[in-house]
Every structure is written in structure tokens, then in C-alpha cells.
Design a protein around this ligand. Structure first.
Ligand SMILES: [Ca+2]
Ligand SMILES: [Ca+2]
Length: 95
């Protein structure tokens, strides 16, 4: 099962990596008020400031916001799902 997890990064241009191009977005908007990583507001507080630069520096080289991850259900979860389906099947079969 493929799932997506949210990671806060500083990939302002959505090219999949936090790099110098994202720094340029931050510089272009430094001191302005915008909401969202696409403007360099990497902590989503509407201020493009040094805190956003710190996030950019901390995540330099990291992948973008959404990273596909592979997750598999744990055996106990799978067993619970099977037992639930059997109970539902028996319940509806008797009606
Ligand atoms: Ca980028
Ligand atoms: Ca900010």
C-alpha cells in the first residue's frame, strides 16, 4: 500500500528538492507577508523572515512536501479486519 506523508520542507518551487532555487524564492519575498511555502513562508506564519531561512537551511537537500511511503498493515490489524468481515458476513447471512 502506497501512502503519502506530509513533511515540512522548504521546496518553494515544487521541483521535489529543497535547493538554491527555493532560497531565491525566499529572498524575493523576504520581509513581505504571504501565506505558504510557495512564497518562502516555510513555517506558515504569514511572515517571510529568518525563521523561514532557518527551515530552508535545515532542509537543504531534502525532498519536497509529499513523500510517498510504503506502509503495510500490522498482522494484528489484518486479523482484526478479517474477524470483523467474518462477523459482518455471518450477521447479514442470518437476516
Ligand atoms: Ca525546490
Ligand atoms: Ca514564515
Amino acid at each position: 500500500m502506497t501512502d503519502f506523508q506530509l513533511f515540512l520542507t522548504a521546496d518553494a518551487n515544487d521541483d521535489g528538492i529543497t535547493d538554491g532555487l527555493d532560497y531565491l524564492v525566499w529572498v524575493d519575498n523576504l520581509g513581505d507577508r504571504h501565506y505558504g511555502y510557495r512564497y518562502g513562508d516555510f513555517n506558515f506564519d504569514t511572515y517571510i523572515d529568518g525563521q523561514d531561512y532557518t527551515l530552508w537551511a535545515d532542509h537543504y537537500g531534502d525532498p519536497g512536501l509529499f513523500v510517498p511511503t510504503v506502509s503495510t498493515p500490522e498482522p494484528s490489524t489484518l486479523l482484526l479486519m478479517i474477524v470483523s468481515l467474518v462477523i459482518l458476513f455471518v450477521f447479514y447471512k442470518r437476516r
